[in-house]
Design a protein around this ligand. Structure first.
Ligand code: HEC
Ligand code: HEC
Ligand code: HEC
Ligand code: HEC
Ligand code: HEC
Length: 185
């Protein structure tokens, strides 16, 4: 292949790259390569994301929480040294947000984590397997995903229903409202 063929191929390649670049969500890079995997062996999700059980926002752990284990400066890895460098300057780590809904949608972690007992993983995917911060959401929730679960409602699991749940357990399945203004305020 020569001359025009190569030029055409390069042009095609650039076009494809351009389309990918414009359409794909931008990758997010965090200031420290925090590994979820090493930490979930020691802590529960809500030990660090404490506000998930209390209000709308899950929040991220403060420097104080990190330092309760990472305070000695000796024999540390490059990533731990970065953590201590923020600490020495009296700064919190400037983590960037990965999951974000448009501002016209209302969502509360407390309602889903405490009241509805939905697992973090059903909305966020397998965070516990990560060796480094996610560059993009592992799982995204479209409006239809929210509504699909609300329509299923709460009550005995489908498995229990198939097994013929006992009378006391057989509370009626309660549908969650899917009125527009439940989520859009
Ligand atoms: C309960 C104790 C504990 C807390 C709290 C904790 N860590 Fe860790 N962290 C560990 C342990 C244990 C390891 C694994 C060390 C190893 O494998 O050598 C680790 C590993 C790491 C590593 C990887 C180090 C490497 O191998 O490069 C980073 C980065 C890190 N932690 C950052 C943080 C940050 C940031 C916070 C606060 C958000 C935090 N840690 C909170 C115990 C903790
Ligand atoms: C040692 C504290 C710690 C533990 C335990 C922990 N996390 Fe995190 N989490 C962090 C830190 C620090 C970040 C920001 C860096 C990153 O994205 O990896 C984060 C980020 C996240 C994010 C992305 C938030 C955003 O900005 O959109 C999600 C989702 C999340 N964690 C879920 C979980 C889940 C689910 C678990 C339990 C399986 C868990 N975390 C356990 C410290 C922790
Ligand atoms: C029903 C779905 C759902 C469940 C369950 C859920 N999340 Fe989230 N999470 C979301 C959505 C949606 C966002 C984006 C919210 C926004 O932009 O207002 C989010 C954002 C976050 C964030 C970043 C923003 C913030 O609120 O601080 C963290 C951290 C997080 N979730 C952690 C968790 C943890 C830990 C659990 C389990 C204890 C959990 N989430 C359970 C849907 C869920
Ligand atoms: C896996 C199931 C599931 C998913 C996914 C889910 N929800 Fe829910 N949601 C529930 C349940 C169950 C309740 C009812 C809790 C109760 O009051 O018993 C609820 C209640 C609510 C409420 C009303 C209660 C309140 O907080 O005032 C809002 C708003 C809401 N969800 C928004 C959302 C949005 C937005 C999404 C998508 C980003 C979403 N939900 C995804 C199960 C889910
Ligand atoms: C259970 C929660 C929930 C309910 C109920 C709900 N929505 Fe949404 N809606 C969402 C979420 C979450 C998004 C953002 C989805 C995303 O960013 O992909 C959204 C996005 C939208 C958007 C913007 C679409 C866009 O492309 O940005 C419109 C318009 C909308 N909803 C209208 C409605 C109308 C009309 C109703 C009632 C018939 C309704 N919604 C009911 C959760 C809900």
């Amino acid at each position: 292949m020569r001359g025009p063929g190569v030029v055409a191929l390069i042009a095609l390649g650039l076009l494809a790259w351009g389309a990918w670049y414009l359409l794909a969500e931008p990758a997010i890079s965090q200031p420290i390569q925090f590994p979820h995997k090493k930490h979930v062996e020691l802590l529960e999700c809500t030990d660090c994301h404490t506000r998930a059980t209390k209000g709308p926002v899950a929040g991220r752990p403060s420097m104080e929480t990190c330092l309760s284990c990472h305070s000695s400066g000796e024999g540390n890895s490059v990533e731990e040294k970065k953590l201590l460098a923020f600490a020495e300057r009296g700064l919190e780590v400037p983590w960037k947000r990965v999951w974000r809904l448009p501002s016209h949608v209302f969502f509360s972690h407390r309602t889903h984590v405490v009241v509805a007992k939905v697992k973090c993983q059903s909305c966020h995917g397998p965070m516990e397997t990560l060796d480094r911060p996610p560059a993009r959401p592992l799982k995204t929730l479209s409006m239809n995903d929210c509504i699909a679960c609300h329509e299923k409602g709460v009550g005995p699991s489908e498995e229990d229903e198939q097994k013929g749940a006992k009378p006391v357990e057989a509370v009626a399945r309660r549908r969650i409202s899917t009125d527009c203004n439940v989520c859009h305020r």
